[in-house]
Design a protein around this ligand. Structure first.
Ligand code: ZN
Length: 448
């Protein structure tokens, strides 16, 4: 028996009657043999549960360990190829001396494809089933994400300088409109515009990209209040905070996914809650760049949906491990408030699953193991030295279990990793290609 040897983290619930009463249900996949952590409204846990899947939908959840797949609410996946390029410098130096020149010289469609493949392998291995991305050539990223069988909210970047793919705002608008049209109705890919931030986009760029998103009912991805300087400059130039500025120009709404939200005062937080903006907390990145600490406990208490992200993976993390972000989110809040109760294990598991789904405005589809939701779930081994004994499943998930304990990953009913073997990504090839890219990138910057 494999009872209690695995943890199934799923988003969604019910359907237990189907199993209990032995009613006939045609299923494509039944995941069983463990504890099911549903993250449903009642946070139901089945000690020996199962999840029954037909097509890409959960039709039943009942006794048997599975967990809702994790949601990485903010990242830039092709930057895997810049992982470790240069760390331990200020953000300004990193951007201007290393990353902008490296991007100008190296980022093309081939680069983003290989970077995305590598990131898909890394994310699947750590139990991530959905990620929200902001980069260039996002249409190619979408193709690679779909090929890997992952769910993605993929934002094409708008920025007020010539980008590696589009050289003007007109080109950015035309590219993104084609991109939005192409992926309408896709079961895995949600295409979106991603105006980079208020400090790299004019009011017009911000408004035009938001208008385009709304025309196609797409979300809007943006970095918000991530640096002290951004907040100070906004106060000087706009006479108000970044959040109030974005609200005043009509950008905020229930379709916005705001990464970071560090410099947000009480008034800003009320605005974020009222406008139903989703926020994504990136503890590794915020610590590594010494950006500041997002007031996560306050935002949660005030009704803002707060998810978790890895950011990075270059220069600000440098990996794509959401289990690590759960651990760090709780510990960062505790040390900042000098209060071990500030943010608990259950709260950070919520942020990685159901609240993450709310933050990216997809909680009707994903975020919990419930009947009717998409069949995104992971199995985590509990047969590891760091997994026993287990008194509290949320504490185990947040503080003890590791990405390497993830054994099997199902996305939309498709098994993408079984017993730690990737089934949709050629991992060896992606690793080899990353090593080749390292040589080209280093040479392009005159490094050894
Ligand atoms: Zn970012």
């Amino acid at each position: 028996m494999t009872i209690c040897s695995r943890l199934l983290l799923a988003l969604g619930i019910l359907g237990i009657s189907l199993l209990a009463q032995g009613e006939k249900t045609s299923a494509d996949l039944i995941v069983s043999g463990g504890t099911v952590v549903t993250m449903d409204g009642a946070r139901t846990i089945y000690d020996d549960g199962a999840v029954v899947i037909k097509d890409d939908i959960i039709v039943a959840v009942g006794q048997r360990t599975e967990v809702e797949g994790f949601i990485n609410g903010h990242t830039h996946v092709p930057m895997t190829l810049f992982r470790g390029l240069h760390d331990d410098v200020t953000l300004d130096e990193w951007l201007h001396k290393y990353i902008f020149p490296a991007e100008a010289k190296n980022v093309n469609e081939d680069f983003v494809r290989w970077g995305t493949r590598l990131a898909a392998a890394e994310q699947i291995r750590s139990g991530i089933t959905t990620f929200a991305d902001m980069y260039y050539f996002e249409d190619a990223i979408a193709e690679e994400t779909k090929a890997a069988g992952m769910r993605g909210v993929l934002g094409e970047t708008f920025i007020d300088f010539p980008a590696p793919d589009n050289k003007s705002e007109a080109e950015m608008l035309a590219y993104t409109e084609r991109f939005l049209k192409r992926w309408q109705g896709d079961p895995l890919i949600h295409a979106a515009p991603a105006p980079h931030s208020i400090y790299t986009c004019s009011r017009k760029t911000l408004q035009d990209s938001a208008e385009l998103a709304r025309k196609y009912h797409a979300p809007i991805l943006i970095h918000v209040a991530e640096m002290k300087k951004e907040w100070e400059d906004s106060e000087k130039q706009n006479g108000m905070s970044p959040v109030q500025y974005l609200d005043s120009i009509g950008v905020l709404g229930p379709d916005v996914i705001a990464a970071h939200c560090i410099y947000v005062d009480e008034k800003d937080r009320m605005t974020l809650a009222q406008k139903q903006v989703g926020c994504v907390h990136n503890p590794s990145s915020n610590m590594m760049l010494a950006s500041g600490v997002s007031p996560v406990p306050e935002m949660r208490a005030e009704g803002v949906a707060v998810g978790l992200g890895t950011d990075g993976p270059a220069g600000s993390n440098n990996d794509l491990d959401l289990m690590e972000e759960m651990d760090l989110a709780a510990k960062l809040a505790k040390i900042t408030k000098m209060n071990p109760l500030a943010l608990n294990a259950k709260a950070v598991v919520e942020m990685a699953t159901i609240d993450g789904a709310k933050a990216i405005h997809m909680d009707k589809e994903i975020g919990s193991l419930e009947k009717g939701k998409k069949a995104d779930l992971i199995l985590i081994s509990l047969n590891e030295p760091n997994a026993v004994p287990m008194y509290d499943i949320y504490a185990q998930l947040a503080y003890a279990l590791k990405a390497s304990d993830v054994e099997t990953v199902v996305i939309g009913g498709r098994v993408v990793m079984r017993d730690r073997k990737l089934l949709t990504v050629n991992e060896e090839q992606a690793i080899e290609k990353a090593r080749e890219y390292k040589k080209t990138i280093a040479a392009s910057l005159g490094l050894n």
